[in-house]
Design a protein around this ligand. Structure first.
Ligand SMILES: Cc1cc2nc3c(=O)[nH]c(=O)nc-3n(C[C@H](O)[C@H](O)[C@H](O)COP(=O)(O)O)c2cc1C
Length: 163
């Protein structure tokens, strides 16, 4: 039997798990929509699937799930300000940012990877939902750009390679 888990303890321990910082975007009713997502994950190669988890209370997720095309902007180490901008009020998130529509969704300049998705299925996962998506197209710059990491409640970047 599992012990009762204190929510603060859950957050504090899970906060030690490093995540990449992505911004999931879409065009909804002719307007750009963006949500910062740390739970983006590659799921399957054959067929190509990827996904992310959204809190059921998110208004932005309710917008994103109506879109035909979703874009995952994997932020590079220099893009903390893009993440911060996308945590503003919904209508202000794109202010001052450089972006274009690619594969039907907003793509920011300077990301470390871009993955174009179509939502396949929404799977309940406690107080979150898994957005299970088909991968339509993907690209990464050459040479590769270092990613932005979120860990221990703060943004970080990778410091060195290890073999
Ligand atoms: C680094 C970082 C990672 C995040 N990852 C997620 C995530 O995976 N799922 C989620 O639902 N919210 C995540 N959030 C929070 C949402 O981005 C934020 O609550 C959302 O944009 C609020 O939008 P809304 O309240 O307008 O729906 C993350 C926030 C940050 C700063």
């Amino acid at each position: 039997m599992s012990e009762a888990i204190d929510p603060k303890h859950f957050r504090s321990v899970m906060g030690q798990v490093p995540t990449c910082v992505t911004v999931v975007t879409a065009i909804v009713d002719d307007a750009p929509v963006a949500m910062v997502i740390g739970s983006f994950v590659s799921i399957s190669l054959d067929p190509p699937l990827a996904g992310f988890f959204c809190t059921t209370t998110s208004y932005t997720w309710q917008q994103l799930r109506t879109a035909d095309a979703l874009g995952v902007n994997v932020l590079s180490a220099e893009q903390v300000e893009v993440s911060n901008a996308c945590m503003r009020e919904l209508a202000d998130r794109f202010d001052g940012l450089e972006w274009t529509v690619v594969d039907g969704a907003p793509k920011f300049a300077g990301t470390s990877a871009w993955i174009a998705l179509s939502l396949r299925e929404v799977i309940p996962a406690g107080d979150h939902e898994l957005a299970l998506c088909a991968v339509r197209r993907l690209e990464a710059p050459e040479p590769a750009a270092s990613p932005l990491i979120f860990q221990g409640g703060t943004y970080r970047q990778l410091s060195s390679d290890q073999t």
